[in-house]
Design a protein around this ligand. Structure first.
Ligand code: GDP
Length: 309
């Protein structure tokens, strides 16, 4: 089940604290061993250690000194504290962006430019196709640009998506300058009045310095409205490291977290939001075009708490 590990950790915490709070005033000594266990099990659920400790601190602040006479009320008090802590952390850096609305307001000679970054395999190609589908469904036809000119597979994969979705595709010859491919894509959109450009970029090892130069050049040339980073929920702390790395290299505006539907641990969203302070704007919930959900901190916290209350 999705987020199983995280849910198990949180449920154990709620059970343990509820028992104490229902019988006596909760002291720091009561809480400490329970929090210690929580931190360890959160870390095992892909929550970065420092973030797990932060959650523990917030729970300590909220719960020490609590006493509730009835068991059922006690559980509610603990769950509420947990929900508040999760929402606070998931909200860090959060902002609501309505990309469809923004695209709609654009004048046709100035398309909304979104450039996607991310390491190969995280689901970047699929995410771009999902974005294209989202715009298309709202009556806005985007142009898809494939600027990974070293990987023929990446070009082909995007071309196929574009064909299926019925949206224009701009690719580049093998070895062509990726920045010029993106530039061509933007010019194409501008000349024909398309309001959105979705550009893929190469995702070789993110520590590759040539790649970082290549990506910086794309940013200089394309002047994206949004630099989107795609990370994979299944990679846990790697996702956090990638987010930090890409943010330093090119500056990230928002994050798309993929594969949450397959995530049995569940902590990556919490870590990514907390450590980077960048908004997660969407989560990927499957392989289909429609499997892209807007991320909303409170709703996500509820999803985590489902089955615990
Ligand atoms: P890229 O190398 O980053 O472009 O990755 P791809 O887009 O080719 O995706 C790699 C694999 O992950 C493919 O099999 C996708 O179908 C799958 N994938 C992408 N996003 C999701 C998602 O949100 N959920 C699930 N379950 N699979 C996904």
């Amino acid at each position: 089940m999705v987020f199983n590990r995280l849910k198990k950790a949180l449920k154990k915490f709620v059970d343990n604290v509820t028992e104490v709070v229902a019988s006596k005033t909760l002291s720091e000594e009561d809480l400490e061993p329970i929090l210690e266990e929580l931190v360890i099990s959160l870390a095992e659920s892909d929550v970065a250690f420092e973030v797990a400790e932060e959650i523990a601190n917030r729970l300590r602040e909220r719960l020490v000194g609590k006493k509730v006479p009835r068991f059922s009320d006690a559980r509610q008090v603990v769950v509420d504290a947990l929900r508040d802590a999760l929402v606070e952390i998931l909200s860090r850096g959060y902002r609501r962006l309505d990309l469809v609305e923004e695209a709609r307001r654009r004048s046709p000679d100035n398309p909304l430019r979104i450039v996607f970054f991310g390491v190969n395999g995280v689901g970047k190609t699929t995410t771009i196709a999902k974005f294209a589908y989202m715009f298309r469904r709202s009556g806005i036809t985007p142009v898809i640009v494939a600027a990974d000119t070293f990987r023929a597979g990446a070009q082909e994969q995007l071309r196929r998506h574009a064909e299926k979705l019925g949206v224009p595709f701009i690719g580049g010859r093998y070895g062509a300058d990726p920045a010029s491919v993106v530039y061509d894509g933007i010019e194409y959109a501008r000349a024909r009045g398309y309001r959105v450009v979705l550009a893929d970029t190469a995702g070789r090892m993110h520590t590759d310095t040539d790649l970082m130069e290549e990506l910086r050049k794309i940013v200089r040339v394309a002047k994206p409205d949004y630099k989107a980073l795609v990370v994979d929920a299944l990679t846990g702390n790697d996702a956090v490291e990638q987010a930090k790395f890409f943010d330093e290299a090119v500056g990230i505006d928002f994050i798309v977290l993929t594969k949450v539907d397959a995530d049995v641990k569940g902590g990556t969203a919490i870590s990514v939001a907390a450590v980077t302070g960048k908004p997660i704007l969407f989560v990927g919930t499957g392989q289909g075009y429609e499997d892209l959900e807007p991320f909303e901190p409170r709703r996500y916290a509820e999803k985590i708490l489902q089955g615990i209350k």
